[in-house]
Design a protein around this ligand. Structure first.
Ligand code: FAD
Length: 431
């Protein structure tokens, strides 16, 4: 049976990436997927929810969507492990896990991504002792471009697992992953505004003391917002509706009206932020960790060495406040634990991540001109799904196992079925 639901054309969430001529297929099962891989117009790319900003899905050939291939396959609560169909969305998998009293140990800012898509780019949340989503994978099952299936566990084929954890879909299609999970748990969430200097003074201690800690800085305000989550046995409390979108609209409107006076802008924003309602609620982890983001944006995020991360943040803020009065989106700062994935930005050491955003309808040249050089000079590794300009030579220098990954990629996809010009920039010399 051919893969069902064919359409032409695809665009990502923010609209900065598109593939107008791509055929989009949605196989219902492994047989349909195999047929699609063997017969579809190449190059073939797999898509999750299309929430990446980099050209890692776009192709002139075929895009394969695995929305029909999700769900929990099996669990082993005694071992805190669950095997998932990797096309499933994190939000659906979270609900399914919760129904059997299990949960992901951590989540990022949203949960609409597919498990495989999120893992493929090293999607992360925040937490000093918590790795990125991909680092939770202990076993994988992949379908290769020729339809064959390869599988392995960290014990019997560590190379395959460590390469497949963060793979940008370059090795094959991830069908299933066994991941570390934990018993379902409640979190106590607190958010509060504070002068940014006080946040910076306390940040390292807060990462140390809270299960999950991050902060957002509101440009031109002098103020940031702390978000801390800690595990609790307390029962869930009522959570008022999120004020995030209203807050974003407020800081955008202050930017629009008072761009000409940074002094006035600072006063207005600081007053607004001081009056912000602090959150103090208890709820299930999956509900509190992930948010809903309806304002579309584009984003650059680099993962910095912990020693320099906060200094780099200061440099980024100085650049923006000196040169870019148009910027209004909060800057997000998080920390993630070390892991062993060959292409994980957190390989071998924890990192502090700094994310800079711009409204989807605004230009983002300044991210490349002004911000990326600061990140690069500090030895930052870019988020694989977020805007960056790096290519083959940069990655060779940044990732000790990059060459090994390229070797395995050639072995598993010798005909370059999953290779597009944009992806070749990463793997091929001279790019
Ligand atoms: C609003 C928003 C919030 C975000 N928040 C965070 C955050 O908190 N933390 C963070 O780290 N990132 C975040 N991101 C980035 C996002 O998590 C990543 O870009 C992620 O890869 C998107 O998942 P996806 O399912 O949309 O994958 P896609 O963007 O569709 O695909 C990503 C990659 O995965 C590959 N892929 C997809 N499915 C498979 C498969 N089955 N087998 C093999 N390869 C596959 C694709 O080919 C592609 O290379 C955010 C993005 C947005 C737009």
């Amino acid at each position: 049976m051919p893969a069902t639901r064919k359409k032409i054309g695809w665009a990502n969430w923010s609209g900065n990436e598109s593939a107008p001529s791509a055929r989009v297929l949605q196989p219902q099962n492994e047989d349909e997927l195999r047929l699609a891989l063997l017969t579809a117009v190449q190059p073939i790319r797999v898509v999750g929810s299309g929430h990446s900003f980099t050209p890692i899905v776009s192709t002139s050939g075929t895009i394969i969507n695995l929305d029909q291939m999700g769900g929990v396959v099996s669990t082993n609560p005694a071992a805190n492990a669950a095997t998932l169909r990797a096309g499933g969305r994190l939000k659906d998998l979270s609900v399914e896990l919760d129904s059997i009293n299990l949960a992901f140990r951590n989540l990022g800012d949203i949960n609409v991504q597919s498990f495989a898509g999120a893992a493929a780019t090293a999607t992360h949340g925040t937490g000093q002792s918590l790795g990125c989503l991909a680092s939770e994978i202990t076993a994988v099952r992949l379908m290769l471009a020729n339809g064959n299936i390869v599988e392995g566990t960290l014990e019997d084929n560590p190379d395959l697992v460590k390469a497949a954890q963060v793979s940008l879909g370059a090795l094959g299609v991830m069908l299933e992953a066994t991941v570390r999970v934990c018993p379902a748990f409640n979190l106590h969430r607190r958010t509060w505004a504070e002068p940014i200097d006080a946040i910076l003074d306390a940040a390292l201690v807060r990462w140390n003391t809270h299960r999950n800690f991050e902060f957002f800085y509101i440009p031109f305000s002098g103020y940031g917002i702390n978000i801390a989550h800690d595990q609790t046995d307390a029962s869930a409390t009522e959570r008022p509706p999120s004020e995030d979108e209203a807050g974003l609209a407020m800081i955008r409107s202050v930017r629009n009206k008072f761009k000409w006076s940074t002094l006035l802008r600072r006063k207005l924003l600081a007053t607004g932020l001081k009056r912000m309602t602090a959150e103090n609620v208890v709820g299930p982890s999956a509900k509190l960790l992930a948010s809903t983001r309806s304002t579309r944006f584009n984003e650059m995020e680099y993962h910095l060495p912990v020693e320099s991360g906060l200094d780099v943040f200061r440099e980024v803020v100085s650049y923006i406040e000196a040169k870019r009065r148009d910027v209004f989106f909060p800057i997000e700062v998080r920390k993630t634990a070390a892991d062993e994935g060959w292409l994980s930005p957190f390989q071998n050491a924890p990192r502090i991540s700094i994310a800079v955003h711009t409204a989807a309808e605004d230009s983002y040249d300044w991210l490349f001109d002004g911000i990326e050089p600061i990140f690069k000079a500090a030895g930052g590794r870019p988020h694989w799904g977020k805007l960056h300009s790096l290519g083959h030579n940069d990655f060779l220098a940044l990732y000790p196992d990059f060459q090994k990954f390229i070797g395995l990629r050639k072995q598993l996809d010798p005909d370059g079925v999953f290779m597009t010009p944009a992806i070749a920039r990463y793997w091929e010399e001279g790019q």
